[in-house]
Ligand binder design. Structure first.
Ligand SMILES: [Zn+2]
Length: 250
């Protein structure tokens, strides 16, 4: 299990909660040395424009700090996807998040759609044709949906339920009925935790979801699975939630 991380993700590049001081430290301290850490290269403009318009990329470039950390974040997702394709599960411990970034616009603390760029790159290289994206963040990933609008080869699934048990059952049911895919990507947002904004999931629920991701990917797509960080804002619990998910998925 590889953790993709870059020192620059510690930078406070804006004033939003995803960029808050101490957020990444809360995760790296809990993950510790128990995993293999890998440093990504920045995504190139030609990677970004697999999803985004050139005009969108140029707009983000106007804020140099955001752009520089943003291309490392997208590069982290690319490396996580490539690692998964090569046969080892990976988690992109990255920020800024990406699932609210559409082809020509962005909001919600997102700039480039990390998971969409990573999948589009594997598709362009002819490595995969079909992908399943599980997004368990509290918020709907409108950017990811827009990035794959009208593309029947990508299934974007964002579960909604009012109890944690039903939430997990809903994911399980979707995975069981999902059909065949070449890779399973997870937009892993932890803001649905009981002590975060969503107030629903327990830490052990993330382990259960990670474990389902592993089992399903082994059944359907030769174990090819990766996750990337989206939301999650309570620094007291975030690291433990990420760790539970990553251990479940490993
Ligand atoms: Zn969120």
């Amino acid at each position: 299990m590889k953790i993709i991380f870059h020192e620059r993700f510690y930078e406070v590049y804006t004033t939003d909660p995803a960029a808050a001081s101490g957020r990444m430290e809360a995760i790296t301290e809990v993950l510790g040395k128990d995993f293999q850490w890998v440093t990504p290269s920045p995504a190139r403009d030609e990677d970004l424009t697999l999803v985004h318009t050139a005009a969108h990329v140029e707009r983000v470039k106007r804020d140099r700090d955001v752009y520089e950390v943003g291309i490392l974040s997208a590069g982290g997702a690319i490396l996580a996807a490539q690692t998964a394709y090569d046969g080892e599960p990976a988690f992109g411990l990255i920020r800024p998040p990406g699932h609210h970034a559409s082809p020509d616009s962005c909001w919600g603390f997102c700039y480039f759609n990390n998971v969409a760029v990573a999948l589009r790159k594997l598709m362009k290289e002819g490595k995969i044709k079909k992908a399943l994206i599980l997004d368990f963040d509290l918020h709907f990933g409108d950017g990811t949906e827009n990035a794959f609008m009208g593309n029947s080869r990508v299934d974007y699934f964002h579960p909604e339920e009012t109890s944690n048990k039903d939430f997990i059952r809903k994911i399980e049911g979707h995975l069981e009925r999902a059909g065949s895919f070449d890779i399973l990507a997870v937009s892993a947002g932890f803001d649905r935790h009981a002590q975060d904004w969503g107030g629903l999931l327990e830490t052990e629920d993330y382990r259960a979801i990670g474990s389902m991701v592993k089992t399903f990917s082994q059944k359907i797509c030769q174990g090819r699975r990766f996750g990337v960080l989206e939301g999650g804002y309570n620094h007291d619990v975030l690291g433990y939630n990420v760790r539970a998910f990553v251990e479940g998925m490993a």
